[in-house]
Design a protein around this ligand. Structure first.
Ligand code: ADP
Length: 766
């Protein structure tokens, strides 16, 4: 295409058409400016093609339309200054392409001179520098970016030349040292390094430079404020195409915190070790999966006298007591398979072979994933506690057993809190039920029989008041309505100030004893009743035997009365009546009548169930009375009665009827014992005598004698066909009731002597 000729032929005198074609085909935009400042009067084809401005539109200042509005003023000023200065001017501008996009152009304008050197205009060439410009910008941007990156690296960066001088350092480094870049560029920076680390740093660099390999080391660098911090340095060489090292890129990373943490860790590990070793117990760290003993403290090594390796074999050695081993192995299995925290007591073998009790407790240590890693086991010597516990348990069991056996429970009453503590045995005795308020004293008082309660309560309250020992026996009404009997004692416990703190006491369950005593009382009462009845029976039995003698006794005075009556009648009927003789006879009648009356009176009083009296009595009288009753009987049996009574025997104190019965029984027995005797003269001797403060009465016979002098006193012991065996038993109880004694001895030759004593009335003891 033929380019439009925009230049007036006459004003421009191109040398030739080729030149004109060249201007049009230049890969640049060309224009020619007017000397009068009226813009351009020529633009080349390149300009028109690029801007898409129609030829005329570009002329004058029309081309300014394609210049970026921001750049317009500058370009205008530049163009005008060509004319004013007469020198070349350049600027950059953005020129809009026909499609609307702006590209960067270098505007280079030069003045046009005529032959006389007068400026006649100017021309300008605009070269598309957009790509370069953009590349420049990109480069600048990337350099900036790089700088930014380097500066924002959380570390210190330095680029060193091969002689160790800094070519570049980042901001971090400058800030750390607080020194200008020049110091690094030209100065000696060795004083930045901690003196202790300097030799190591130099050696590392010498090594790296000689081998050309990466350099790395740790060292302390002094901060602007004089504080040293640890840094990790890593330097990499940059080589050219000939493999020559151009420079070193060095990155310093602040590892001070890590370093300190490491040191702390190391220190804390040491501390941990020291703590572990100084703990007065045994510590073992056991792997939670393998069960391996990973660590033990000194205590463990000292105790066992074995190494950790040896202890590893604990399942097959005697380190754990054989009796405990199976349970311990099983428990460890559970800890390892199920993660069950180890806790048990077992005996461990000390280096001298002695087993002691230890408590083992395992504390889990988990990693960040909550995985169980190991067990920290604290093994505490509990031997003394354990043996003390055993002893305590034994003694408690013993005490409980004793309490149970003795049916004695313990109690404690706290005066300040009004609270009662009670032992299981006491609770059992009181038949305590769950829910009973046994700490309340009222519960215990409430259990006491209503008839006893007031007495017990007032006794107890008095003891609290007077701080004196407490003792009380009472009935308790148990939950089931049954009655028990408790005997309680208590001791006051005083504080230093003499104030009552508490009562400590015991209560014995006497129910059985009480029942037995009650039973015994009843039995003894029954026995007593029986005795009385039997003694009556014995007396009545004796009546039969005595009937004859009584009849005989009464008969004699009666016969005498009759005889004297006849005599009296005879003397009165005589003429003259012999009054004196009659009166004598009548007097004898009266005497005999009295005698008979006395016999009857004595018999009656013997059988009278008179209450026991204690009156002063003449024991000789009693003997005589009995003998008078028995004389006839004795005579009938052919027995001689020898009586020897101490004449001035002091009176005894007692019951006449009972003592008569006693003598009567002994003499009758003596007569009975002579029944079968045929080979000697039958004799019964009755003596009374004084024996100290007593009167002693012996009834001696030469009868058949006794086999056992004691057996005869047993109730119901009899050798007689019609005997009851109660006579002597009653006699003994009579003697005892009189504070006397009844005993029997075998005579050297024949027969027996029964003796009893009765205290003399003068004796105060009666
Ligand atoms: P009873 O005569 O009714 O059997 P006792 O208590 O009076 O009961 O005596 C018990 C027994 O003691 C008699 O059966 C007799 O065997 C024996 N006895 C008692 N007194 C004598 C005695 N003086 N000599 C030998 N035996 C006697």
């Amino acid at each position: 295409m033929q380019p439009p000729d925009l230049m007036p032929e006459g004003e421009l005198n191109p040398s030739d058409t080729e030149l004109r074609a060249l201007v049009h085909t230049l890969p640049a935009l060309v224009c020619r400016g007017r000397a009068d400042g009226g813009g351009v009067d020529f633009v080349n084809k390149g300009f028109i093609d690029y801007t898409g401005l129609a030829g005329a539109a570009a002329l004058g200042w029309g081309w300014m339309d394609a210049v970026h509005p921001v750049d317009r003023r500058r370009v205008t000023v530049c163009a005008k200054s060509i004319l004013t200065s007469g020198t070349s001017q350049t600027t950059e501008m953005r020129l809009r392409r026909f499609d609307g996009t702006y590209r960067w152009f270098l505007f280079e304008g030069s003045p046009l001179h005529d032959a006389s050197g007068t400026v006649v205009g100017w021309n300008a060439i605009k070269v598309d520098v957009d790509d370069r410009k953009r590349a420049d910008e990109a480069l600048r941007e990337s350099v900036q970016e790089l700088r930014l990156i380097i500066d924002s690296i959380p570390g210190q960066v330095a680029i060193l030349n091969t002689s160790g001088r800094a070519e570049t350092v980042n901001r971090g480094l400058l800030e750390y040292f607080g020194r200008p870049f020049e110091d690094f560029q030209f100065g000696d920076t060795s004083d930045h390094v901690h003196p202790d680390d300097l030799a190591g740093v130099i050696a590392a660099w010498v090594q790296a430079m000689s081998t050309g390999t990466m350099v790395e080391y740790e060292h302390r660098l002094r901060r602007f404020d004089g504080v040293y911090r640890w840094f990790y340095a890593r330097g990499l060489p940059l080589r050219d195409s000939a493999n020559q090292i151009l420079r070193w890129y060095v990155l310093l990373t602040d590892i001070d915190d890590r370093k300190r943490a490491e040191e702390l860790l190391r220190a804390s590990e040491q501390q941990f070790r020291a703590i572990m070793d100084s703990i007065p117990g045994l510590i073992a760290l056991v792997n939670a999966t393998s069960g391996e003993i990973e660590l033990v403290n000194r205590g463990v090594l000292d105790y066992f006298g074995r190494s950790r390796e040896q202890l590893q074999q604990w399942t097959t050695s005697d380190s754990v007591h054989p009796d405990d081993l199976p349970q311990v192995i099983a428990a460890w299995q559970r800890a390892i398979t199920a993660g069950e925290a180890p806790e048990w007591e077992h005996r461990l073998r000390r280096s001298d072979g002695v087993y002691r009790w230890f408590q083992l407790r395992g504390f889990p240590w988990r990693d960040s994933n909550n995985q169980l890693v190991r067990w920290y086991c604290l093994i505490t010597d509990v031997h003394d506690r354990k043996t003390a516990e055993d002893a305590l348990r034994r003694s408690e069991t013993f005490l409980l057993e004793v309490q149970k056996l003795s049916r004695t429970g313990g109690w404690r009453f706290d005066v300040a809190t009004d609270v009662v503590e009670s032992s299981p045995e006491i609770q059992r005795a009181y038949k305590v039920q769950p829910g009973d308020e046994i700490s309340n004293p009222e519960f215990w008082f409430g259990r006491i029989h209503a008839d006893d309660r007031l007495r017990v309560r007032s006794t107890f309250e008095r003891c609290v008041r007077e701080k004196c020992g407490y003792r009380s026996g009472y009935r308790v009404v148990l939950g089931d309505g049954s009655i028990g009997y408790q005997h309680a004692i208590g001791r006051p416990v005083l504080n230093e100030g003499g104030e009552l703190v508490e009562f400590i006491g015991a209560s014995m369950d006497m129910t059985d004893h009480w029942l037995a005593t009650t039973e015994l009382e009843r039995a003894s009462q029954a026995l007593h009743d029986m005795q009385t009845k039997l003694s009556r029976a014995a007396q009545v039995a004796t009546v039969g035997e005595l009937a004859a003698s009584i009849a005989h006794e009464v008969n004699q005075p009666l016969a005498a009365v009759v005889t004297n009556g006849h005599a009296c009648l005879r003397w009165l009927s005589a003429a003259p009546p012999n009054i004196d003789k009659a009166m004598e006879a009548a007097q004898r009648i009266v005497n005999d009548g009295k005698g008979a009356g006395e016999v009857v009176h004595r018999v009656r009083s013997l059988f009278k169930r008179a209450p026991v009296e204690e009156v002063p009595l003449d024991i000789n009288d009693i003997i005589r009375e009995v003998l008078r009753l028995l004389e006839a009987d004795a005579a009938r049996r052919g027995v001689a009665l020898a009586v020897s009574l101490e004449s001035d025997l002091a009176p005894v104190r007692g019951d006449r009827v009972q003592l008569q019965q006693l003598v009567l029984n002994l003499v009758l027995n003596a007569l009975d014992a002579l029944e079968s005797v045929a080979d000697r003269a039958k004799q019964v001797s009755i003596r009374s005598r004084r024996a100290g403060a007593h009167a002693a009465i012996d009834v001696e016979d030469n009868g058949v004698g006794l086999d056992n002098p004691e057996t005869v006193f047993e109730p119901f012991f009899t050798t007689k066909a019609n005997g009851m065996g109660m006579g002597l038993a009653i006699c003994r109880s009579i003697a005892a009731a009189h504070n006397g004694m009844l005993s029997a001895v075998r005579n050297p030759a024949y027969g027996t002597t029964f003796s009893f004593t009765v205290p003399l009335a003068a004796d105060d003891r009666l």
